[in-house]
Design a protein around this ligand. Structure first.
Ligand code: ADP
Length: 272
């Protein structure tokens, strides 16, 4: 099994979910057996009790699970019905562990974030069906809640084969109108945060208001230690349903397939 891990930097709400769902669709279209997992670091067990003014619609899956709207994005982009298995929240992980502890199943050991919480997360990840699993970790790198999930995927990449993992970091580069320049510093800092916890990204997806000049993209490649062709600029589009097409034109499926050593079919994108 191979894994694509999508993390976010700088800000939330920059389109990490839409990008992940679009990439999954693109890979599905070129013949990859892909499955998706959205990880939400919040402590709610599910989104059923969350205020929709804060979290958008509650998306109810076919098996009656109340997820947040991100799972709806996946269902619509991928064209596959989502189920409760496609979402993990920190609340689910912790309640499983606390219940197990109450039942005495840890046999007297001290129950800890590492290794018990990380093991439960790894277990949930590795039990997912599909040849390629796309894992989107909610929030941004540096959030306290997200740390344990990043640690779990870091450990998993170490325990399995690092070459079977593709780490994609989605960041935002703001444009300063007064000085007419793109600012890459926040991206630089979020990549540093990621590296500090032991994850070297393989791909940087740079969201921006407008297309970014190639010099700035080269700068991002250089300080991230990522080859220039693995830095992908994704400027704002008028309609998010264009994004699978944009990724196809940029041949992102080929970059991913080469890096993960998976076979893909050479065919036009069936997406309207
Ligand atoms: P995140 O997962 O980073 O929180 P989402 O994927 O949920 O962000 O996207 C946040 C909002 O930004 C959504 O309303 C989405 O429609 C919009 N959006 C995402 N990507 C783009 C893009 N490339 N161009 C324009 N709007 C976008």
């Amino acid at each position: 099994e191979k894994y694509i891990v999508v993390t976010g930097g700088v800000l939330s709400g920059i389109g990490k979910g839409i990008f992940s769902a679009s990439l999954a669709r693109l890979l599905k279209e070129v013949g990859v057996d892909i499955n998706v997992l959205k990880i939400d670091p919040y402590l709610n067990v599910d989104a059923g009790t969350m205020n929709p003014n804060q979290h958008g619609e509650v998306f109810v899956t076919d098996d009656g699970y109340e997820a947040d709207l991100d799972l709806g994005h996946y269902e619509r982009f991928l064209g596959v019905s989502m189920s409760r298995r496609n979402n993990i929240t920190a609340g689910q992980i912790y309640s499983t562990i606390i219940q197990r502890e109450r039942e005495g199943k840890y046999l007297g050991s001290t129950v800890q974030v590492v290794p018990h919480v990380t093991s439960e997360i790894k277990e949930r990840i590795t039990s997912m069906p599909g040849k390629v699993l796309s894992i989107e970790i909610g929030g941004t790198v540096g959030d306290i809640e997200g740390e344990v999930f990043l640690e779990a995927v870091r450990e998993l990449a170490f325990e399995k084969n690092r070459n079977d993992f593709l780490f994609i970091h989605v960041t935002y580069v703001p444009y300063l109108r007064v000085t007419n320049e793109f600012k890459t510093k926040p991206t630089q800092q979020s990549v540093q945060l990621l590296r500090k916890i032991g994850i070297q990204p393989d791909v940087i997806v740079v969201r921006s208001e407008m297309p970014i000049d190639s010099q700035s993209l080269y700068k991002i490649a250089l300080f991230s230690g990522v080859p220039r062709d693995m830095v992908i600029n994704l400027p704002d589009v008028g309609n998010v349903y264009q994004i699978p097409e944009t990724l196809y034109e940029a041949q992102v499926h080929k970059l991913v397939a080469n890096r993960l050593n998976i076979e893909i079919q050479d065919k036009p994108l069936n997406w309207t």
